[in-house]
Design a protein. Structure first.
Length: 279
């Protein structure tokens, strides 16, 4: 497997050896393009006390190639055919392959769910205070940001027909699941759909096209198997399983989410199905 290096606050390094990472040979290591940049990788893992909303930002979507180069402002795809296709194509329409590569390390900003501050208004007016708004925004954009570890994910169309994948705000509709003490797969992340449909569009993935994304590498005191669950166009796709550590409390929805989506703090089946991509 080639080393991936990635931008915008991260680098994919060579294989890391730790107690939460198994031998690379234990995973269905697909072909991965060589990706280069000049940024650092994440150093620490993220500890969550309950379920989190995932960070599945689409970093690249396009045709297979042996080299990709990222910068802060652009992505350059070398227009040469991939020397080693990742999968043997099959005749299934749902030929989507999701490969998590836990033996590689990306990085992401710890405050991945941070949003810009709201506009400021002039006193006793509905007019926006431009100076105050710009000041708050500049303070937000220049804040100190810590890097945490993330795991690269390669999503490839190994079929012979195109696949339409749903995306929301440039994120894939995808959550992490983990096995509990009884060996049952349970979600440790939840998905919330927007009240309007403007932030949801489809990505067309042609045969041999790929998407590069990343997921949070969690840290906890419970070692278990994890996997990705992706939902799109009435299809559910699962990735390979991988070893990791979490806190058992991550099987529980945050109290604030339960309060916001129920009257008595109990989530009904319809809402639960939407949260956990079972609809």
């Amino acid at each position: 497997m080639k080393t991936i290096i990635y931008p915008l606050a991260l680098t994919l390094s060579s294989c890391l050896q730790d107690n939460y990472i198994a031998n690379p040979n234990d995973y269905p290591a697909s072909w991965i393009p060589n990706i280069s940049d000049k940024f650092q990788e994440g150093r620490n893992r993220f500890e969550a006390i309950s379920m989190t909303f995932p960070e599945n930002l689409i970093l690249f979507s396009g045709t297979l190639s042996d080299s990709l180069h990222f910068s802060l402002n652009s992505i350059l795809l070398c227009r040469q055919p991939a020397s080693k296709p990742p999968f043997k194509q099959d005749a299934f329409k749902t030929g989507l392959q999701i490969t998590v590569c836990p033996t590689q390390n990306l990085g992401m900003f710890e405050d991945f769910d941070s949003i810009p501050p709201a506009p400021q208004f002039l006193e006793k007016s509905t007019e926006i205070d431009s100076l105050a708004t710009i000041r708050d925004y500049n303070k937000w954009i220049s804040r100190k940001r810590n890097l945490i570890q993330a795991i690269p994910v390669i999503i490839c169309n190994a079929g012979v027909e195109k696949i339409l994948l749903e995306q929301q705000d440039k994120k894939l509709t995808m959550i992490q699941e983990a096995k509990d003490e009884l060996g049952n797969w349970r979600p440790i992340e939840y998905w919330i759909f927007p009240r309007c449909g403007y932030s949801r569009t489809a990505i067309e993935l042609l045969p041999n096209d790929l998407i590069l994304s990343r997921i949070i590498r969690y840290k906890g005191d419970f070692e278990t198997d994890l996997r990705l669950k992706l939902r799109s166009n009435l299809h559910v796709y699962y990735s390979n399983s991988y070893r990791g550590t979490i806190h058992k409390s991550q099987f529980n929805l945050p109290e604030r989410v339960q309060r916001n989506y129920s009257e008595d703090g109990k989530i009904d089946k319809h809402t639960s199905d939407m949260f956990f991509l079972n609809y």
